[in-house]
Design a binder for this molecule. Sequence first.
Ligand code: SAM
Length: 307
Amino acid sequence: METWTIQRLLTWVTGYLTDKKVDAPRLSAELLLGHVLSLKRIELYTKFDRPVDKAQLDQLRPLVKRAGEHEPVVYLVGRTEFYGIELAITPDCLIPRPETELLAARAIEFLRGRRGPQRVCDLCAGSGCLAVAIARNHADATVTATDLCARALSVAATNVDKHKLAQRVTLLCGDLFDPLIAQLDGPGFDLIVCNPPYVSTREYEMLDRNVREYEPPAALLAGEDGLDVYRRICAGVGPLLRPDGALMLEIGYAQGPAVREMLERTDLFQEVAIEKDAHDNDRVVLAHRGRRKSAAAAGLMPEETAE
Ligand SMILES: C[S@@+](CC[C@H](N)C(=O)[O-])C[C@H]1O[C@@H](n2cnc3c(N)ncnc32)[C@H](O)[C@@H]1O
Protein backbone atom coordinates (compact mmCIF):
# COMPACT_ATOMS: atom_id res chain seq x y z
CA MET A 1 0.00 0.00 0.00
CA GLU A 2 1.34 3.44 -0.95
CA THR A 3 2.31 5.63 2.03
CA TRP A 4 0.40 8.87 2.63
CA THR A 5 3.11 11.53 2.63
CA ILE A 6 2.45 15.22 3.23
CA GLN A 7 2.90 15.86 -0.49
CA ARG A 8 0.44 13.15 -1.51
CA LEU A 9 -2.12 14.31 1.04
CA LEU A 10 -1.86 17.95 -0.03
CA THR A 11 -2.52 16.94 -3.63
CA TRP A 12 -5.44 14.69 -2.67
CA VAL A 13 -7.13 17.15 -0.29
CA THR A 14 -6.70 20.03 -2.77
CA GLY A 15 -8.35 17.93 -5.49
CA TYR A 16 -11.21 16.92 -3.17
CA LEU A 17 -11.91 20.52 -2.12
CA THR A 18 -11.67 21.68 -5.74
CA ASP A 19 -14.32 19.11 -6.74
CA LYS A 20 -16.53 20.42 -3.92
CA LYS A 21 -16.08 24.00 -5.22
CA VAL A 22 -14.52 25.23 -1.99
CA ASP A 23 -12.77 28.63 -2.26
CA ALA A 24 -8.96 28.58 -2.19
CA PRO A 25 -8.70 24.76 -2.13
CA ARG A 26 -4.88 24.61 -1.89
CA LEU A 27 -4.73 27.10 0.98
CA SER A 28 -7.55 25.28 2.76
CA ALA A 29 -5.70 21.96 2.34
CA GLU A 30 -2.52 23.51 3.76
CA LEU A 31 -4.35 24.98 6.76
CA LEU A 32 -6.09 21.70 7.58
CA LEU A 33 -2.96 19.59 7.21
CA GLY A 34 -0.84 22.10 9.11
CA HIS A 35 -3.41 22.05 11.92
CA VAL A 36 -3.48 18.25 12.24
CA LEU A 37 0.31 17.89 12.02
CA SER A 38 1.04 21.00 14.15
CA LEU A 39 3.21 22.38 11.36
CA LYS A 40 3.42 25.85 9.84
CA ARG A 41 2.39 26.05 6.18
CA ILE A 42 5.99 26.52 5.08
CA GLU A 43 7.02 23.42 7.05
CA LEU A 44 4.61 21.29 5.02
CA TYR A 45 6.85 22.03 2.06
CA THR A 46 10.14 21.45 3.86
CA LYS A 47 8.82 18.08 5.11
CA PHE A 48 7.09 17.10 1.86
CA ASP A 49 8.12 13.43 2.04
CA ARG A 50 7.23 12.88 5.68
CA PRO A 51 4.75 10.02 6.17
CA VAL A 52 1.50 10.87 7.96
CA ASP A 53 0.44 8.26 10.54
CA LYS A 54 -2.97 6.65 10.94
CA ALA A 55 -4.02 8.68 13.99
CA GLN A 56 -3.32 11.90 12.08
CA LEU A 57 -5.17 10.63 9.01
CA ASP A 58 -8.15 9.75 11.22
CA GLN A 59 -8.12 13.30 12.60
CA LEU A 60 -7.81 14.87 9.15
CA ARG A 61 -10.55 12.90 7.37
CA PRO A 62 -13.63 14.40 9.13
CA LEU A 63 -12.18 17.90 8.90
CA VAL A 64 -11.71 17.57 5.16
CA LYS A 65 -15.27 16.26 4.83
CA ARG A 66 -16.62 19.26 6.78
CA ALA A 67 -14.55 21.67 4.69
CA GLY A 68 -16.02 19.97 1.61
CA GLU A 69 -19.46 20.87 2.99
CA HIS A 70 -18.31 24.51 3.01
CA GLU A 71 -17.74 24.85 6.76
CA PRO A 72 -15.14 27.64 7.05
CA VAL A 73 -11.64 26.26 7.50
CA VAL A 74 -10.89 29.00 10.06
CA TYR A 75 -13.61 27.57 12.33
CA LEU A 76 -12.28 24.03 11.76
CA VAL A 77 -8.74 24.94 12.78
CA GLY A 78 -9.87 27.48 15.44
CA ARG A 79 -7.52 30.30 14.54
CA THR A 80 -6.57 32.88 11.94
CA GLU A 81 -4.20 35.78 11.35
CA PHE A 82 -5.27 39.41 11.42
CA TYR A 83 -2.83 42.29 10.93
CA GLY A 84 0.00 39.76 11.35
CA ILE A 85 -1.36 38.65 14.73
CA GLU A 86 -2.58 35.14 15.49
CA LEU A 87 -6.10 35.03 16.92
CA ALA A 88 -8.29 32.27 18.32
CA ILE A 89 -11.61 32.07 16.46
CA THR A 90 -14.78 30.07 17.12
CA PRO A 91 -18.16 30.01 15.34
CA ASP A 92 -19.39 32.47 18.02
CA CYS A 93 -17.62 35.32 16.26
CA LEU A 94 -17.22 36.61 12.75
CA ILE A 95 -14.03 35.49 11.01
CA PRO A 96 -11.90 38.66 10.71
CA ARG A 97 -11.64 39.71 7.08
CA PRO A 98 -8.48 41.00 5.35
CA GLU A 99 -10.48 44.13 4.33
CA THR A 100 -10.82 45.07 8.01
CA GLU A 101 -7.02 45.41 8.23
CA LEU A 102 -7.44 48.78 6.44
CA LEU A 103 -9.49 50.04 9.39
CA ALA A 104 -6.84 48.74 11.81
CA ALA A 105 -4.09 50.46 9.81
CA ARG A 106 -5.89 53.84 9.71
CA ALA A 107 -6.67 53.64 13.44
CA ILE A 108 -3.03 52.92 14.33
CA GLU A 109 -1.79 55.74 12.05
CA PHE A 110 -4.21 58.19 13.66
CA LEU A 111 -3.01 57.26 17.16
CA ARG A 112 0.65 57.50 16.15
CA GLY A 113 0.04 61.08 15.06
CA ARG A 114 -1.03 62.09 18.57
CA ARG A 115 0.79 62.53 21.85
CA GLY A 116 0.21 60.93 25.22
CA PRO A 117 -2.22 58.28 26.39
CA GLN A 118 -5.00 57.56 23.93
CA ARG A 119 -8.46 56.26 24.80
CA VAL A 120 -9.91 54.06 22.12
CA CYS A 121 -13.31 52.40 21.83
CA ASP A 122 -13.93 49.35 19.61
CA LEU A 123 -17.69 48.96 19.17
CA CYS A 124 -18.97 45.58 17.93
CA ALA A 125 -15.65 43.97 18.83
CA GLY A 126 -16.42 40.32 17.98
CA SER A 127 -13.17 38.33 18.17
CA GLY A 128 -11.41 41.48 19.40
CA CYS A 129 -9.31 41.61 16.23
CA LEU A 130 -9.34 45.43 16.03
CA ALA A 131 -8.91 45.98 19.77
CA VAL A 132 -5.95 43.58 19.91
CA ALA A 133 -4.31 44.92 16.73
CA ILE A 134 -4.61 48.51 18.00
CA ALA A 135 -3.36 47.77 21.53
CA ARG A 136 -0.46 45.66 20.25
CA ASN A 137 0.64 48.37 17.86
CA HIS A 138 0.22 51.41 20.07
CA ALA A 139 1.58 51.08 23.57
CA ASP A 140 -0.08 54.33 24.71
CA ALA A 141 -3.57 53.12 23.81
CA THR A 142 -6.12 51.74 26.25
CA VAL A 143 -9.05 50.14 24.50
CA THR A 144 -12.62 49.58 25.64
CA ALA A 145 -14.19 46.93 23.42
CA THR A 146 -17.91 46.18 23.49
CA ASP A 147 -20.19 43.61 21.92
CA LEU A 148 -23.78 42.49 22.38
CA CYS A 149 -22.80 38.83 22.25
CA ALA A 150 -21.23 37.43 25.44
CA ARG A 151 -19.94 34.35 23.61
CA ALA A 152 -18.14 36.50 21.03
CA LEU A 153 -16.63 38.52 23.88
CA SER A 154 -15.31 35.36 25.48
CA VAL A 155 -13.37 34.73 22.24
CA ALA A 156 -12.12 38.32 22.49
CA ALA A 157 -11.07 37.62 26.10
CA THR A 158 -9.03 34.62 24.93
CA ASN A 159 -7.29 36.82 22.38
CA VAL A 160 -6.66 39.63 24.86
CA ASP A 161 -5.07 37.11 27.27
CA LYS A 162 -3.14 35.37 24.52
CA HIS A 163 -1.46 38.68 23.66
CA LYS A 164 -1.05 39.76 27.31
CA LEU A 165 -3.16 42.89 26.86
CA ALA A 166 -5.54 42.57 29.81
CA GLN A 167 -4.03 45.69 31.42
CA ARG A 168 -4.96 47.82 28.42
CA VAL A 169 -8.03 46.19 26.86
CA THR A 170 -11.34 46.13 28.74
CA LEU A 171 -14.24 44.06 27.39
CA LEU A 172 -17.83 45.09 28.10
CA CYS A 173 -20.99 43.27 27.08
CA GLY A 174 -24.09 45.16 25.95
CA ASP A 175 -26.00 46.91 23.20
CA LEU A 176 -23.84 49.39 21.27
CA PHE A 177 -23.23 52.43 23.54
CA ASP A 178 -25.08 51.03 26.59
CA PRO A 179 -21.99 49.57 28.32
CA LEU A 180 -20.29 52.98 27.94
CA ILE A 181 -22.86 55.01 29.86
CA ALA A 182 -20.50 55.27 32.83
CA GLN A 183 -17.96 56.96 30.53
CA LEU A 184 -20.34 59.71 29.39
CA ASP A 185 -19.15 62.08 32.12
CA GLY A 186 -15.48 61.62 31.19
CA PRO A 187 -13.44 63.43 28.54
CA GLY A 188 -14.56 61.01 25.78
CA PHE A 189 -12.59 58.75 23.48
CA ASP A 190 -9.81 59.92 21.21
CA LEU A 191 -10.86 57.33 18.66
CA ILE A 192 -13.91 55.16 18.14
CA VAL A 193 -13.61 52.32 15.63
CA CYS A 194 -16.39 50.02 14.56
CA ASN A 195 -16.89 47.23 12.07
CA PRO A 196 -20.61 46.78 12.64
CA PRO A 197 -23.08 44.38 11.04
CA TYR A 198 -23.90 46.00 7.67
CA VAL A 199 -25.58 43.42 5.46
CA SER A 200 -29.11 44.14 4.18
CA THR A 201 -31.85 41.52 4.32
CA ARG A 202 -31.66 41.04 0.54
CA GLU A 203 -27.85 40.82 0.40
CA TYR A 204 -27.89 38.24 3.20
CA GLU A 205 -29.82 35.79 1.00
CA MET A 206 -27.11 36.12 -1.65
CA LEU A 207 -24.09 35.56 0.62
CA ASP A 208 -21.90 32.54 0.02
CA ARG A 209 -23.04 29.37 1.74
CA ASN A 210 -19.99 29.26 4.02
CA VAL A 211 -20.93 32.70 5.40
CA ARG A 212 -24.73 32.33 5.53
CA GLU A 213 -24.77 28.87 7.07
CA TYR A 214 -21.88 29.15 9.52
CA GLU A 215 -21.16 32.74 10.60
CA PRO A 216 -23.38 34.36 13.27
CA PRO A 217 -26.27 36.24 11.60
CA ALA A 218 -26.14 38.88 14.35
CA ALA A 219 -22.61 39.77 13.21
CA LEU A 220 -23.85 40.43 9.68
CA LEU A 221 -27.45 41.60 9.50
CA ALA A 222 -28.37 45.26 10.07
CA GLY A 223 -31.97 45.77 9.01
CA GLU A 224 -33.63 46.06 5.65
CA ASP A 225 -31.02 48.37 4.10
CA GLY A 226 -28.02 47.27 6.20
CA LEU A 227 -27.64 50.77 7.67
CA ASP A 228 -29.36 50.34 11.05
CA VAL A 229 -26.20 50.32 13.17
CA TYR A 230 -24.71 53.35 11.39
CA ARG A 231 -27.91 55.29 12.14
CA ARG A 232 -27.61 54.39 15.82
CA ILE A 233 -23.91 55.28 15.88
CA CYS A 234 -24.61 58.71 14.37
CA ALA A 235 -27.37 59.31 16.92
CA GLY A 236 -25.25 58.39 19.95
CA VAL A 237 -21.58 59.04 19.21
CA GLY A 238 -21.40 62.79 19.96
CA PRO A 239 -21.05 62.75 23.78
CA LEU A 240 -18.49 59.91 23.64
CA LEU A 241 -16.00 61.48 21.27
CA ARG A 242 -13.46 64.11 22.26
CA PRO A 243 -13.68 67.43 20.39
CA ASP A 244 -10.48 66.50 18.50
CA GLY A 245 -11.34 62.81 18.18
CA ALA A 246 -12.16 60.61 15.21
CA LEU A 247 -14.71 57.97 14.29
CA MET A 248 -13.65 55.24 11.86
CA LEU A 249 -16.17 52.80 10.42
CA GLU A 250 -15.98 49.86 8.09
CA ILE A 251 -18.73 49.98 5.44
CA GLY A 252 -20.13 47.79 2.68
CA TYR A 253 -18.92 48.60 -0.84
CA ALA A 254 -22.12 50.49 -1.78
CA GLN A 255 -22.77 52.25 1.51
CA GLY A 256 -20.26 55.13 1.25
CA PRO A 257 -22.63 57.89 0.07
CA ALA A 258 -25.39 57.00 2.58
CA VAL A 259 -23.02 56.76 5.57
CA ARG A 260 -21.20 59.95 4.60
CA GLU A 261 -24.51 61.81 4.39
CA MET A 262 -25.59 60.48 7.80
CA LEU A 263 -22.30 61.55 9.39
CA GLU A 264 -22.37 64.99 7.76
CA ARG A 265 -25.91 65.53 9.00
CA THR A 266 -24.76 65.09 12.62
CA ASP A 267 -22.73 68.30 12.18
CA LEU A 268 -20.12 66.75 14.47
CA PHE A 269 -17.32 66.25 11.97
CA GLN A 270 -15.11 68.70 10.17
CA GLU A 271 -14.04 66.15 7.59
CA VAL A 272 -15.60 62.89 6.39
CA ALA A 273 -13.50 60.85 3.95
CA ILE A 274 -14.12 57.49 2.35
CA GLU A 275 -11.26 55.14 1.53
CA LYS A 276 -11.27 52.22 -0.86
CA ASP A 277 -9.83 48.77 -0.16
CA ALA A 278 -7.36 46.80 -2.30
CA HIS A 279 -10.26 45.67 -4.54
CA ASP A 280 -11.20 49.31 -5.23
CA ASN A 281 -14.39 49.09 -3.16
CA ASP A 282 -15.40 51.79 -0.66
CA ARG A 283 -14.45 50.19 2.67
CA VAL A 284 -13.66 52.66 5.45
CA VAL A 285 -15.17 55.99 6.50
CA LEU A 286 -12.82 58.31 8.39
CA ALA A 287 -14.68 61.07 10.23
CA HIS A 288 -12.45 63.62 11.95
CA ARG A 289 -14.18 65.73 14.50
CA GLY A 290 -11.81 68.64 14.80
CA ARG A 291 -13.47 71.89 15.76
CA ARG A 292 -17.25 71.78 15.67
CA LYS A 293 -18.67 73.63 12.66
CA SER A 294 -20.26 76.93 13.55
CA ALA A 295 -23.95 77.34 12.80
CA ALA A 296 -23.05 79.83 10.06
CA ALA A 297 -20.52 77.46 8.46
CA ALA A 298 -23.16 74.78 8.51
CA GLY A 299 -25.51 77.13 6.68
CA LEU A 300 -27.97 77.44 9.55
CA MET A 301 -29.85 80.46 10.82
CA PRO A 302 -27.72 83.18 9.13
CA GLU A 303 -29.81 86.02 10.55
CA GLU A 304 -29.47 84.93 14.18
CA THR A 305 -25.74 84.11 14.01
CA ALA A 306 -24.95 87.42 12.25
CA GLU A 307 -26.24 89.36 15.20
C1 SAM B 1 -19.20 42.46 11.62
S1 SAM B 1 -18.92 41.77 13.23
C2 SAM B 1 -17.35 42.54 13.55
C3 SAM B 1 -16.49 41.81 14.53
C4 SAM B 1 -15.06 42.32 14.58
N1 SAM B 1 -14.99 43.71 15.03
C5 SAM B 1 -14.37 42.19 13.24
O1 SAM B 1 -14.03 43.23 12.65
O2 SAM B 1 -14.18 41.06 12.77
C6 SAM B 1 -20.08 42.67 14.17
C7 SAM B 1 -20.15 42.37 15.66
O3 SAM B 1 -21.15 43.25 16.19
C8 SAM B 1 -21.85 42.60 17.23
N2 SAM B 1 -23.13 43.29 17.36
C9 SAM B 1 -24.24 43.20 16.58
N3 SAM B 1 -25.20 44.04 17.02
C10 SAM B 1 -24.68 44.70 18.08
C11 SAM B 1 -25.18 45.69 18.97
N4 SAM B 1 -26.42 46.19 18.83
N5 SAM B 1 -24.39 46.13 19.96
C12 SAM B 1 -23.12 45.65 20.11
N6 SAM B 1 -22.60 44.71 19.31
C13 SAM B 1 -23.36 44.22 18.31
C14 SAM B 1 -21.93 41.16 16.78
O4 SAM B 1 -22.11 40.30 17.89
C15 SAM B 1 -20.58 40.98 16.08
O5 SAM B 1 -19.63 40.46 16.97
